[in-house]
Design a protein around this ligand. Structure first.
Ligand SMILES: [Zn+2]
Length: 201
């Protein structure tokens, strides 16, 4: 019988004796799954960094005469079938097999399938914490997927918590960086062609 968590190695609480993973690790895993999903999740943000020439890349390629690749390959491979979505679906199938459930059916596009896999996995986490002998591998693969997503220059699209403080138009531009920026309100407009003395005091 397990007396230590197979993920972090710490002693299990009295009420967790025999479990595969401790509550703290399961809460971390649950949090990482949540971070991946939804319209503002890490997976959705991958789409915003697929094309070079967006803000983060401009600084890097300015001064270079070499045309950038038409698409960035790493976020593409993470967001394509075989990437993050497939990793999560594979684990969902694995847990369904353990439980003797029917093979899950995937619905919608890749974002929808990602969200579906996350919500199903989250529901099954309590079972996995108690019973799944490979919970440490599940944890490691989800952590790796989250880490790879975060490594893709997603800084330009602030995290959801910070979004709320952004002006709605700035929030819009964070998601549509190629949209013209001319409609953004400017707090201290620079008056071209006028001397500073001509400005209202
Ligand atoms: Zn643990």
């Amino acid at each position: 019988m397990n007396t230590t968590c197979t993920v972090c190695g710490h002693d299990l609480w009295h009420t967790e004796q025999g479990h595969q993973a401790c509550g703290a690790c399961i809460r971390r895993l649950d949090r990482m799954l949540q971070d991946l999903a939804g319209p503002h999740g890490l997976y959705a943000q991958l789409a915003t960094v697929l094309q070079p020439g967006t803000l983060a890349d401009n600084a890097r390629v300015s001064g270079s005469r070499t045309a950038p690749l038409p698409i960035r390959l790493e976020p593409l491979s993470l967001s394509s079938r075989g990437g993050v979505v497939t990793i999560l679906q594979t684990w969902l199938v694995d847990i369904h097999d353990h439980l003797g459930y029917r093979h899950p059916r995937w619905q919608g596009g890749l974002q929808g399938q990602l969200d579906q896999a996350v919500s199903r996995l989250r529901i099954l986490l309590p079972w996995a914490a108690e019973n799944h002998p490979a919970i440490a591998e599940l944890f490691a693969e989800v952590r790796q997927a989250v880490g790879q997503c975060r490594a893709q220059d997603l800084r330009r699209t602030p995290r959801q918590t910070r979004h709320r403080r952004l002006h709605p138009l700035r929030r819009h531009h964070a998601h549509h960086p190629r949209h013209p920026r001319t409609t953004l309100p400017v707090r201290n407009p620079v008056r071209v062609g006028r001397t500073p003395a001509a400005q209202p005091r």
